[in-house]
Ligand binder design. Structure first.
Ligand code: SAJ
Length: 442
């Protein structure tokens, strides 16, 4: 299939990079968003989100005349839907005594509806938003059928999940393998023709529901495996073992690859996507459900560890280092560190937080320090919550000279025990009770 003009609906973290990349590869792109503010910003050549390389790409696309933004779609050869699929705020599902979160599909529904007046025979529609299995076939296809055209017969319909890492989006969009699931083989082929415009990685064609499952399976696989690592950290704590040592030994086995325990699972992918499976089939997903529960409860285990390190939390001053949801990103949304700060404060601790990637973050109920020195100066304990490179490089004796604290709690195995002990700190690591409970030493 040949594509001269496409509409990309939803100009967020995925839609905007996708739209500008198509434009850079010679396709005439209309970007569509419900927010007039976003449209005005883009048409001026500015952008509303932070992603390395994106601003230049958008500026070039606008200047070349290949990219425009508007609040309504127009006729085009292809339509790409890249809108958010968050959780419903106030509604939950229930099955056999368990409560689970429900996807809010309203943005997908209204994006599909917005295409109706413009859909023509021979067009291609692609859904990119992460969605519960069968969304393309059972939700999007019936909406588009209101045109009188039938998906797979009169127009092509496909699902193609984004699988890019924030911070690397512009490169990964082009280089990563791309899955295209068609409602028919011809739809998959049409989708493949479209993305071949810029994708250099392998393009894999399959059916739409397989493609939907692939996306959810990738992130669920990771969530379940982090959950077992987190459960191992609690077992190690109980039995007087250092979980990090145990994992590194277990991982010498050629068929074992245990992930890292930590303060919990954050971000808007891994902690979200497994719920789409639970919602779709709660009777089939006890493992996925319980893994989510284990990871969501990990902040409580961190608080128990801090409590043990300090004796009690009431009135204690704690420097919380790192609020991002993972190392070396400035993204604080859904971060377990945020919850940990609140739990510590609920128990009477006074917490000052330092986040080098967002020192001025405005987080409800959290007191941010303008500098690392300010956060640690009067602290009774240092609490390492994210493995930022900057934290790994800190010099223990220099830090010892700047803080009253002589206790530190490391939840991510970011610091070298001995170096910090030599600088005068009592070191507590998450899932490491080895030196606290006497085990026979070799
Ligand atoms: N984490 C652990 N232990 C680990 C690995 C991660 O506790 O061993 C935690 C991190 O600290 C973080 C969370 O899990 O809080 C998620 O981090 P991540 O780097 O594993 O994943 P995301 O959410 O940034 O990005 C994922 C990626 N998916 C996979 O790696 C399978 C990415 O490729 C996807 O594009 C993205 O989800 C998405 O959009 O779905």
């Amino acid at each position: 299939m040949n594509f001269q003009k496409i509409c990309v609906i939803g100009l967020g973290y995925i839609g905007l990079p996708t739209a500008s990349t198509f434009a850079a590869h010679g396709i005439n792109v209309l970007g569509v968003d419900v927010s007039q503010h976003i449209i005005d910003t883009l048409n001026k050549g500015e952008i509303h989100i932070h992603e390395p390389g994106l601003h230049d790409e958008v500026k070039k696309a606008i200047q070349s005349g290949n990219f425009r933004a508007a609040t309504k779609p127009e006729e085009a050869d292809a339509f790409i839907i890249a809108v958010p699929t968050p959780f419903q705020e106030n509604k939950f599902g229930e099955y056999n005594g368990i409560t689970y979160k429900l996807a809010d599909m309203r943005a997908v529904i209204s994006a599909a509806e917005s295409i109706i007046p413009f859909l023509r025979k021979g067009n291609l529609v692609v859904l990119e938003s992460t969605s519960p299995p069968r969304t393309t076939a059972d939700l999007v296809a019936p909406i588009l059928a209101r045109t009188g055209l039938v998906a797979g017969r009169d127009f092509h319909l496909a699902y193609s999940p984004e699988r890019v890492l924030p911070g690397q989006i512009m490169r990964e969009l082009i280089e990563n393998a791309r899955v295209i699931g068609g409602i028919t083989p011809e739809s998959a082929q049409a989708g493949s023709d479209l993305y071949a415009t810029f994708v250099k990685g392998q393009i894999i064609k399959t059916d739409a529901t397989t493609a939907e499952m692939v996306k959810l399976m990738e992130n669920t696989y990771r969530d379940v495996n982090i959950a077992i690592a987190n459960e191992f950290s609690r077992l190690a704590d109980k039995f007087g073992v250092d979980v990090w040592e145990a994992i590194s030994i277990a991982n010498l086995h050629p068929r074992v690859k245990i992930l890292n325990p930590g303060p919990g699972v954050g971000g808007h992918c891994i902690s979200v996507d497994p719920w789409f499976f639970v919602e779709s089939a709660p009777e089939l997903t006890p493992l996925i459900y319980h893994s989510r529960k284990v990871n969501d409860a990990q902040p409580h285990f961190v608080v128990d560890t801090v409590k043990r390190a300090l004796g009690s939390l009431g009135g204690k001053k704690i420097a919380a280092l790192g609020l991002a949801y993972k190392p070396d990103v400035d993204d604080l949304r859904e971060s377990p560190a945020n919850e940990i700060v609140h739990l510590l404060q609920d128990e009477g601790a006074q917490v000052k937080a330092w986040e080098p990637f967002k020192p001025n973050a405005n987080l409800a109920g959290i007191s941010m320090s303008p500098t690392l020195d300010d956060a640690i100066k009067e602290a009774d304990a240092l609490l390492l919550l994210v493995n930022h490179t900057e934290f790994k490089q800190l010099n223990p004796s220099e830090i010892a000279a700047k803080t009253k604290a002589r206790i530190l709690v490391d939840t991510v195995n970011g610091w070298n025990d001995n170096a910090w002990k030599n600088a005068g700190f009592a070191v507590f690591r998450l899932g490491d009770n080895k030196s606290k409970i006497e085990n026979p030493k070799p």
